[in-house]
Design a protein around this ligand. Structure first.
Ligand code: MN
Length: 200
């Protein structure tokens, strides 16, 4: 059993994001859901290694999807924890603020587009603010599951989890209340650090 992928510790306590995210929800989300993607990603690598060893490739489509789904789930959740902070909620400043105004018109329009991306998900997915390196600009992606409906080569700057497990315990079916709560703890300082390294 490989342990290539490992569950990261949260950069804050489970109760640190209250009332936006309850301690029970945050613990379930991190210790159960995120942990399951880490386990699944390692298992996918193991099963691919076994397939090569056995010279048996009939399940390669299923295993490729298993790997993409679980690795992407791990990557997104690892980033998601750093997109929130007990000290968050302050709007972006500096170069990131300028890029948002240039690429979306205003911070308010970015938030509305991300809110709509979450609200209009059919099933499970994410809204991602991403750096698109060909046009050298920010775009918003509506991610299906963890790994679909994204352009190749983009880099994540800030992500919002729109899966039911991300909010149902605290907000029931009120997904809009969850996105509003997310903005109240959104950590634009960590997003700005990623943006600066991508856009330089
Ligand atoms: Mn999640």
């Amino acid at each position: 059993m490989t342990s290539t992928y490992q569950l990261p510790d949260l950069p804050y306590d489970y109760s640190a994001l209250k009332p936006a995210v309850s301690a029970q929800l945050l613990e379930l989300h991190h210790a159960k859901h995120h942990a399951a993607y880490v386990k699944g990603a390692n298992e996918a690598l193991d099963q691919l290694a076994s397939a090569r060893e056995a010279d048996e490739y009939s399940e390669i489509g299923r295993l490729a999807k298993l790997l993409a789904f679980n690795v992407s789930g791990h990557v997104l959740h690892s980033l998601f924890w750093t997109c929130m902070s007990p000290n968050g909620g302050e709007p972006p400043t500096g170069g990131l603020q300028q890029a948002i105004e240039s690429d979306f018109g205003s911070f308010d329009r970015l938030k509305k587009q991300m809110n709509a991306s979450i609200a209009q998900l059919q099933g499970s997915g994410w809204a991602a603010l991403a750096w698109e390196p060909v046009a050298r600009r920010l775009i918003i992606e509506q991610v299906y599951d963890h790994q679909s409906n994204v352009g190749q080569g983009t880099d994540l700057v800030l992500v919002i989890d729109g899966w039911e497990h991300a909010y149902y315990l605290d907000y029931l079916n009120d997904k809009a209340a969850w996105t509003e709560a997310f903005w109240s703890v959104a950590d634009w300082k960590s997003a700005a650090t990623r943006f600066e390294s991508l856009a330089k």
